[in-house]
Design a protein around this ligand. Structure first.
Ligand code: SF4
Ligand code: SF4
Length: 369
């Protein structure tokens, strides 16, 4: 079975249950068995998800017939070198996953900051060759960039079958995530869409009662996560909605949502719009991520990225995700928010007239802790 799944829920293997530092294989096997027993088939992993491809082999490939599941994994272009080619990585992935072919194979995380690493390493041509040899059944890429880049990639590479996009109802019109615009571009090119982060890294699963009131007014017992998943699953071009399940209750809720999937009604879409308004009504730093401010910053502070993390905290409260994102930016070379020497260069450059110095001080108070 290698076509698109009948049921749209996919099992994301990025955040599997842990036993200490290691993936808990027994607990993962139980989740896998429950998922398959409920009639679902699609698993999603990646070369760079630590231990995940091996866990897939142990929990799925070595325990279930090949025809009962489908597997998607991803090539990490930034790990390639002249000594470690796409063919080397692909062979390692087949061995790690314990399969002879991949039902779905993706180039991982295309975006502006990755440059042309996939073109430079011949990855598109290599995947097309693997497809012709039957080792890849469907070829695509996951994407974190702008609508302009997505349009260019899909125009330059009509051989791509599908794209994996960040789609959730809060970021539908977000000018840094572009859920809506990127979905529409993919659909206009006739591509299937795989949805990642439908609950925005868990944020949309834990709404306050006040924020979620429009949901509970219609379905008092439905979880906020089920609303977010149904939003993604109701989009016509969407083939699979990924959920990174790591607990039995989460699995049960997701399986129930997609077991007998009901697209959102007009009344339910209106409730989604109200909850989105509730979430977005929280005042945040109105940064559009244009980055006019960053080039001249003597302290090398990735100002819009600091504000992105800070805005996540303002909107959703304390959560490990913004801190994880912020420390990732520091690892990429950003100065800390607290490094600001108040030179004022950025404020002069900002078309949104943001009081950047003061906002960085507030951000620093919650991020540099
Ligand atoms: S005021 Fe601070 S953030 Fe702005 S450019 Fe100067 S050092 Fe960088
Ligand atoms: S110039 Fe202003 S709006 Fe643009 S990225 Fe910097 S802070 Fe954000």
């Amino acid at each position: 079975m290698t076509d698109w799944p009948e049921k749209k829920l996919g099992f994301g293997l990025m955040r599997l249950p842990k036993n200490g530092d290691d993936i808990d294989i027994d607990a993962t096997c139980r989740l896998v068995d429950e998922f398959l027993a409920a009639g679902f088939t699609y698993f999603d992993t990646a070369y760079v998800y630590q231990g995940s491809e091996d866990a897939f082999r142990k929990c799925v490939a070595e325990r279930h017939p090949r025809g009962s599941y489908t597997i998607a994994t991803k090539m990490a272009g930034w790990k390639l070198s002249p000594d470690y080619t796409p063919a080397d990585m692909f062979a390692d992935q087949l061995a790690r996953c314990g399969v002879e072919y991949f039902d779905y194979y993706l180039l991982h995380s295309l975006q502006e900051s990755r440059g042309t690493v996939y073109e430079d390493n011949g990855c598109f041509d290599f995947c097309q060759k693997m497809k012709e040899e039957g080792k890849i059944r469907h070829f695509g890429f996951s994407f974190h960039g702008s609508p302009e880049l997505l349009e260019k990639l899909l125009t330059d590479h009509p051989e791509v079958d599908f794209v994996q996009l960040q789609i959730n109802y809060v970021d539908w019109e977000n000018n840094a995530i572009w859920s809506g615009k990127n979905y529409e571009i993919a659909a206009a090119h006739g591509k299937k869409v795989i949805v990642m982060e439908p609950v925005k890294g868990g944020f949309l699963a834990s709404l306050s009662p006040e924020t979620a009131a429009p949901f509970t007014a219609i379905h008092p017992d439905a979880s906020p996560a089920s609303w977010a998943l149904r939003f993604a699953g109701s989009l016509p071009a969407v083939a699979v909605v990924l959920s990174g399940m790591n607990a039995p209750a989460q699995m049960a809720d997701n399986v129930a949502t997609f077991g007998d999937f009901q697209p959102l009604t007009d009344e339910e879409q209106a409730a989604i719009a109200k909850v989105r308004d509730n979430i977005l009504s929280v005042p945040t730093v109105p940064c559009t991520a244009c980055r006019y401010c960053t080039e001249g910053c003597p302290m090398g502070i990735f100002i819009p990225d600091v504000f992105k993390a800070y805005n996540m905290i303002l909107t959703f409260g304390e959560h490990n995700r913004p801190h994880f994102y912020y420390s990732g930016q520091l690892a990429l070379g950003s100065g800390k928010a607290s490094d600001c020497i108040q030179c004022g260069q950025c404020e002069a450059a900002c078309p949104q007239h943001i009081d950047i110095i003061e906002q960085l001080q507030k951000a620093s108070a919650v991020l540099d802790v």
